[in-house]
Design a protein around this ligand. Sequence first.
Ligand SMILES: [Zn+2]
Length: 432
Amino acid sequence: MYSAYLDLSPTRVKGARALGHVSRRVYFGPLAPLRVRRLPTPRLPGGRWARVRNIVSGIALDEVERTLVAWDPKLAPQAAPRPARVYLGRQVVGEVVEVGPEAQLLRVGDRVVYQSGQCCATREIEPPCRLCAIGSYALCENRYLPGPEQVGGGWSDEMVVHERQMFLTPDGLQVEQAALLEPSAEALRAALRYHPEPGDQALVLGAETPGLLLTQALRALAPSLSVTVAPRQTYQVEVATRMGATRILYPEDGDDAVARMTGGRLYRSRSGAQLLMGGFDVVYETLGTEESLRQALLWAREGGTVVLAGRLQRWTQLDPTLIWSREVSLLGVVAHGVERWPGGMELAPAIVSGGRVSTFTLAAQMMRDNLLTPERLVTHRFPLREARVAIGAMRDRVEHKAIQALLDIQDVASSALLSDAGGPAALNSPRA
Ligand SMILES: [Zn+2]
């Protein structure tokens, strides 16, 4: 098995943290947590496990951040037990090439996409925990219990997974659409986290893949909703418009522009305090930065809502008065699951059952209806053996005007030169 993964042994993590600020090349060097190499072929650990040969995998930006050891070790998730080897790549489509004798859902030859990590279903726990029971498998209370772990991820040429970790790809999806079903489902869950009222003004902070797919999802679910998008970079303005933004808050626009745009009034003090009376009814934060969280809180109106869809991974200073004194609701959102269908939306797919719908099923249906088009965001493609180059290009994505990158997996098997060598030498020359 050929794989790009993280080795989180303390020496590698500490070394990268200590030297990474001297040269970013450290994160791609031989002693870094990121490793790209051949590993022994794993066996199926149970009767309902399957082997999947990967075809195409997307590069999620928060996974790029992980290769740069960018998380704070004092954040809560770091307390959870985790294997020392973390396989990267959760946006992936592949083909089943082997199933265990007790498999009920998958057969050899099925085309599947990766859907979830460990939860009650993959641990075969009956009855499931209360969160799995309502379809929120990403929040499973049993997900850290010991048990067989998957081997390989999307950035590997194959994966060994429990069959319940995979989603059968419906007919009619292009391979690029299937690979990007996961970020599309994430965007849909964020869009469904808050149900807009008629006449609401929404703001999406960020125009990278998560913000762009969220914009498209919002427009599909509530076509009359006004969706302002705030790209951080000029090259993202055009694609934000193409994905359905009704207005653009330009990168150079600031607090005054928001006040003008929403008919609000901005107060400033000599001490630097700022308060906006008025603002957006709902702000979707998709960048996961301290600055964008600050803007989300300041730019939401009194009684408004902020949806935290960005994966902020640092301790952050924020002004708590913006939340309690203005009764702003903060809503977290992660991954996907089974959604409560709010009804009343102009889109009414036949796949809603008992008022509930799987985010993946809904995303696939919306792709077939041309309402979600993640494949239009692909700007860069790399072979898996150039995973380091790909990660470097996405780290430096502003320079490369990149939105979404894909790894083509299947060429690896025919490549003669597979080793842990290779580094950042070609980082400035991604293949468009
Ligand atoms: Zn559970």
